[in-house]
Design a protein around this ligand. Structure first.
Ligand SMILES: [Cu+2]
Length: 50
């Protein structure tokens, strides 16, 4: 399953969104963001749903 969220608008320090109900599994979040100076940053992290 892959879920995509897009957030356009003013710069903020935090972004929250709701996920669909996740089955117990390991998940990876891939994120990409652009700073106020126009630099793109990206990364990823994982978490487990028990
Ligand atoms: Cu920069």
């Amino acid at each position: 399953m892959s879920v995509r969220f897009n957030r356009d608008g003013a710069t903020t320090k935090n972004f929250q969104t709701m996920l669909p109900m996740l089955a117990p599994d390991s998940y990876t979040v891939h994120w990409k963001a652009m700073g106020e100076d126009g630099h793109m940053m990206k990364g990823s992290y994982g978490f487990m749903q028990h």
